[in-house]
Design a protein around this ligand. Structure first.
Ligand code: 5RP
Length: 219
């Protein structure tokens, strides 16, 4: 199976978590796009939808779904999203697509967070994938200097502006021995909007697509 087939397989496996009357949060990225293509098949099971990005909203609306705001809906039953890396504790790095802040809010607001990945993303220790950090544009240099003090090498994702009007720093070289601690340390830097380490709110269910099918891990 190639990477796209694995993404499709993981997305298909996630459909079983959409039960009748589900208030569903939808993440962002190419794996989630595979899920979005399948959502019309389970339309009658979805009570309402909340989206984590403008890109996801546009795709959902193209398929005729009405996208509600989290303010309207309050919370969701299930949030389904991809990730850039997961460890065996289902702690994640997310934000390769730059939607990390809204994704973090939707993950926090969900009763159950189902993460869909292909097996190349399951790692022993988080941090090979550069950690995305959304920052206020005026604080970018300040935050960069603080990240260097944490032994990271921040690289500005030039030309990219988040849906919230902010910038993204991709931080290479971080030794993420303790993801909970690293998430807190980066979150505490003034000017940081969100860090793409999802350790305090890990996934509840991880669906990992490999050559032999999709296996499931739970926290
Ligand atoms: C977007 C994300 C994505 O979930 C993550 O980047 C994985 O993307 P893809 O499914 O395209 O590999 O966090 O902000």
């Amino acid at each position: 199976m190639d990477a796209t087939e694995k993404k499709r397989a993981a997305a298909k496996a996630a459909l079983e978590f959409i039960e009748p009357g589900t208030r569903l949060g939808v993440g962002t990225g190419s794996t989630v796009n595979c899920l979005i293509e399948l959502l019309p098949d389970v339309r009658d099971r979805i009570d309402c939808l909340v989206s984590s990005s403008k890109a996801t909203t546009a795709l959902l609306e193209e398929l005729g779904f009405e996208v509600r705001t989290l303010n309207e809906v309050g919370s969701t039953d299930v949030y389904i999203d991809g990730a850039d890396e997961s460890d065996k504790h289902l702690q994640l790095i997310k934000g390769g697509g730059g939607a990390l802040t809204r994704e973090k809010v939707l993950a926090a607001a969900a009763r159950r967070f189902v993460c869909i990945i292909d097996d190349s993303k399951l790692v022993g220790m988080l941090g090979t994938f550069p950690v995305p950090v959304e920052v206020l544009p005026m604080a970018q240099e300040f935050v960069s200097r603080r990240l260097v003090k944490l032994r990271g090498q921040p690289v500005w994702r030039e030309g990219f502006v988040t849906d919230n009007g902010n910038h993204v720093l991709d931080v290479q070289g971080l030794q993420i021995v303790n993801p909970l601690d690293m998430e807190e340390r980066i979150d505490r830097i003034p000017g940081v909007v969100a860090v793409g380490i999802f350790a305090h709110r890990p996934a509840d269910v991880l669906l990992i697509a490999g050559d032999d099918g999709v296996r499931e891990m739970r926290t």
